[in-house]
Design a protein around this ligand. Structure first.
Ligand code: ZN
Length: 198
């Protein structure tokens, strides 16, 4: 039954497909958007289109970026002998907030999860291996402390060790099963400082 007219029903339908948004929340958001000032609603729609059109993967670290290479990869202030491997851009943002890390990153865009059919070739591991050269002295694996994150860490470690690169894993200060992006900055910094060789 379509109570609100087709255009509103369509908006609700699209919103309800977003992660974490159920039918009720989608309705609430849709009515909120409809009641917004026209300019604000248009700015929202435009920012979605613009982000979608202009964002791309950094050809070096696979971060999402408007310009390639991204701001971190092209910064002269970052040391280039250390690469921190994270699962997604939100984890990278979490580490950037600590201001305690001045190396480069590599964003995998996921973790190996065989039960979900996600293998090593489905995330950006090949891109990581391809960017390694003699200037890279250490790869810090900061995947999430979950089963998938650990499996991914071990896989990458086995892949890189024969290349003679030091591979470390962030310490256990990070609670098991948690997402890095929800962890406070002090804990993240400690986990980084306490990293150990794999
Ligand atoms: Zn980059």
């Amino acid at each position: 039954m379509n109570y609100y007219g087709e255009s509103v029903a369509k908006l609700i339908e699209h919103l309800s497909r977003l992660p974490g948004i159920g039918g009720k929340s989608a309705q609430r958001l849709a009515f909120h958007i409809i009641n917004m000032p026209k300019e604000e609603a248009e700015a929202l729609a435009e920012s979605i289109t613009k982000a979608k059109n202009e964002v791309k993967y950094c050809s070096v670290c696979c971060n999402l970026t408007d310009s390639d290479p991204c701001a971190v990869c092209s910064s002269a202030k970052r040391r280039r002998d250390t690469i921190m491997v994270v699962e997604n851009p939100r984890d990278m943002a979490a580490y950037e907030k600590t201001k305690g890390y001045d190396g480069l990153y590599h964003i995998l865009h996921g973790a190996i999860a065989m039960t979900k059919g996600i293998g090593p070739e489905d995330i950006k591991i090949r891109e990581l291996v391809n960017r390694l050269d003699e200037s890279v002295k250490e790869v810090i694996i900061a995947t999430n402390p979950t089963v998938e994150g650990d499996v991914t860490a071990v896989y990458i470690s086995k892949l890189l060790k024969p290349l003679g690169i030091k591979v470390t894993r962030i310490a256990n200060g990070v609670p098991v099963g948690s997402d890095l992006e929800y962890i406070d900055e002090v804990t993240l910094s400690r986990a980084l400082e306490g990293r150990s060789e794999m």
